[in-house]
Design a protein around this ligand. Structure first.
Ligand SMILES: *Cc1c(COP(=O)(O)O)cnc(C)c1O
Length: 460
């Protein structure tokens, strides 16, 4: 069950700040306060009582009694560089992820970079990627010298739209990097079929999708490599950390060698004549990080079940509020793990109340939410990469024409999600129970019923 670790003080601080600002802004509060009672049916932003009058769980969770023994042992032993605890974590994560092998690295970004490099992707290549993802997905492609090619998002599922992939394949396309956004599997049946047809490599960005399943198979095991992140916010948090999983021994051996300055490992022994040392980098996890990972791994499955149960209950209720469209899973999804709870907000159904104003009103209700990602396909880091020496010396002027690139990478559905419709809740909200889900529902319902008044207050 969910560990509860609430901080009352922080909750009161956050909410009194939001409340005070809102009261000043709305100009309606004095009447409400004059009556001496804050009504539950009135939006908190207009002086009513907040729908969520309790503390949400903190993240990450930590239980000194169960979590500290191995950590302290590792710290006190003085063996801090990778050794047996890292190997044990790799074995256990491979097992949990349903893969034959696992290699840990310093973070999810480098899990992607190492996978791309060891699958032969680099200068001159194109990699297909969705624009609705964390910046690390396209950055990892650019770091290898390849060019990310964006395929628009399906707004119903928030995932890469598989029907739009083939139109973006050229003779230079080497790989597809599907992202299992929010802990929901991308449409792997379609994606793998396209990859087979065009002989493309598939690297799954599963950084948000620990234990998610499609057709009863864990994500990260469909393609040539699956990449995970153990960053602080992720469902399996270490602070920083990442992993590559695969069923291909030679590939993981090469990744292992690479993450340790090219020193030989497993089947890489003897791959080059002089000293068997390959080109490498240094990306090793530490023993104490692995000790934290092992502690967190023990609660991952039950936390995942709690999240999914609560999120599905919330979705069943939210379907009754017009203008709130929770993320939908592909029919083959057998486990969605809700790293994010994403939904689309249609302001037409809220009397034109803007998404920003909706988020502000939710904040006042004690249910913080976010507008999600910005348009990655239009962000200046790509232009910057195009101006680096490696790119300038690899590609023709024509291919590095940024205006042409932008034109070929338009994603109109994704623009609507980013700029107008997407809203997210943090996964930790779902480590609670029904009363907390009811509070989220009540907050949204209250805003829906009072949308006109909120809109008028917002435009003042
Ligand atoms: C977090 C994340 C990454 C990067 O992982 P880090 O461990 O933060 O480097 C990559 N892709 C996605 C989709 C992520 O959410």
């Amino acid at each position: 069950m969910a560990d509860k670790h609430y901080s009352r003080r922080e909750f009161i601080r956050q909410n009194s700040l939001a409340g005070a600002g809102a009261i000043l802004a709305s100009g309606l509060a004095p009447n409400v306060f004059a009556s001496g009672k804050r009504q539950a049916s009135v939006p908190a932003l207009l002086g009513g009582s907040p729908a969520a009058n309790f503390n949400w769980p903190h993240w990450p969770m930590w239980n000194p009694e169960t979590d500290e023994k191995l950590l302290l042992e590792s710290v006190r032993s003085g063996v801090w560089s990778r050794q047996k605890i890292v190997s044990q974590f790799e074995k256990e994560w491979a097992n949990a992820a349903g893969a034959k092998r696992c290699l840990t690295v310093v973070n999810g970004t480098n899990a992607l970079i190492v996978s791309l490099i060891q699958l032969g992707i680099g200068a001159g290549d194109e990699v297909i990627v969705p624009p609705y993802t964390y910046i690390a997905s396209p950055q990892s492609i650019l770091v290898t010298g390849a060019i990310p090619v964006f395929v628009d998002t399906d707004p119903v599922t928030f995932q890469i739209d598989p029907t739009k992939i083939e139109a973006k394949i050229t003779s230079r396309t080497k790989a597809i990097m599907p992202v299992h956004l929010g802990g929901f599997p991308a449409d792997m049946k379609q994606i793998m079929a396209i990859a087979r047809k065009h002989n493309l490599i598939v690297i799954e960005d599963a950084c948000q999708a620990h234990l998610a399943e499609y057709n009863n198979q864990k994500v990260g095991t469909f393609g040539h490599a699956g990449c995970f992140s153990f960053q602080n916010s992720k469902n399996l948090p270490i602070g920083e950390g990442g992993a590559i999983v695969s069923n291909d021994d030679q590939f993981i051996d090469r990744c292992h060698s690479y993450h340790n300055l090219g020193f030989p490992y497993g089947t890489t022994i003897g791959s080059v004549s002089s000293g068997a040392t390959l080109l490498g980098n240094k990306l090793r996890l530490t023993e104490y990080q692995a000790a934290i990972g092992l502690a967190q791994l023990k609660r991952l499955d039950s936390q995942t079940t709690t999240r999914t149960t609560n999120a599905e209950y919330l979705s069943s209720k939210l379907r009754h509020i017009p203008g709130i469209l929770p993320i939908q899973a592909y029919p083959e999804t057998t486990r969605a793990v809700y790293h994010l709870y994403c939904f689309r907000y249609k302001k037409e159904e809220f009397k034109g109340l803007s998404r920003d104003a909706f988020i502000k009103a939710m904040d006042a209700e004690g249910v913080s939410c976010y507008g999600g990602y910005t348009q990655l396909n239009l962000m200046p880091f790509i232009k910057d990469a195009f101006q680096t020496k490696n790119f300038v010396r690899t590609y023709s002027k024509k291919r590095l024409n940024y205006a042409t690139y932008l034109e070929h990478n338009q994603c109109p559905q994704n623009d609507i999600l980013c700029n107008e419709e997407a809203v997210w809740f943090n996964q930790r909200f779902f480590l609670t129970g029904k009363p907390e889900m009811d509070a989220i529902y009540n907050a949204i319902e209250k805003i829906h019923s009072n949308a006109e008044r909120l809109k008028n207050a917002d435009s003042k």
